[in-house]
Design a protein around this ligand. Structure first.
Ligand code: NI
Ligand code: MN
Length: 226
């Protein structure tokens, strides 16, 4: 019973258990840091946090090719169902038990329009309970107080954006880690574009010095076992 987390650059992760391969925010085409192509990845489920192009990414072609079920908010699922994907729509605060474990849609303070301008519902993050581990993927979000409520669930691994400009940045991620109290904090959503360039190593050092969490920087293709 292991949970293996593999980084594919930006905010894209594969989460593999003995039961399933979950792919989160599959922005691979057009991502210079992606270590895999959308044609060679075969998830069982695709989780999409919001409709922006750097998160929705290749979700539709991967879902259509593999038959993977897309889990996202109601609006994104309707959009993808209309275009031929199999989906399971949820919404903020809702949790559901799937064959591989539980998924809860968490709050994210951000936007969520599709690249074509269509309304994409509210953005979200994910709280995942897999093989006895609790994982929190924040999505694109500002810092918010309710992270403390998620922290009370006992988080093993948190995936947190640090790019600033569009999401919380190096200062606020320290407060986020204090609220979430994860064992391990994986940093994401930095360096892909000039406007979110960060010195991730110094952010990781600050987390190590100022919080009880173990910060982790994964190179694309690198994995961590939760
Ligand atoms: Ni976004
Ligand atoms: Mn983004």
């Amino acid at each position: 019973m292991t949970v293996e987390i593999t980084y594919h650059g930006h905010s894209c992760f594969s989460i593999r258990t003995d039961q399933a391969h979950l792919l989160i925010d599959p922005f691979l085409s057009g991502n210079q840091y992606a270590d895999v192509s959308p044609d060679e990845i075969n998830p069982d489920y695709i989780l999409v946090s919001h409709a922006h192009g750097d998160h929705l990414g290749d979700a539709l072609p991967i879902a259509k090719r593999t038959g993977a079920v897309v889990i996202s908010n109601f609006e994104i699922c309707n959009y993808l169902t209309d275009r031929g994907a199999i989906t399971h729509g949820m919404h903020l605060g809702g949790e559901r038990q799937f064959p591989f474990g539980a998924v809860k849609l968490t709050i994210a303070h951000h936007g969520s329009s599709f690249p074509d301008g269509t309304y994409g519902g509210n953005p979200c993050g994910f709280l995942l309970r897999l093989e006895g581990k609790t994982l929190y993927f924040a999505g694109d979000t500002a810092l918010f107080y309710a992270m403390g409520l998620y922290g009370a669930e006992g988080i093993d691994v948190a995936m947190l954006p640090i790019g600033d400009n569009f999401t919380m940045g190096p200062k606020d991620v320290i407060k986020a880690v204090e609220f979430l109290q994860p064992q391990t904090a994986i940093l994401m959503h930095y360096d892909t574009f000039d406007v979110i360039a960060q010195d991730a190593r110094s952010v990781a050092n600050a987390i190590a010095e100022q919080t009880h969490a173990r910060p982790v920087l994964l190179a694309p293709g690198e994995s961590l076992t939760a």
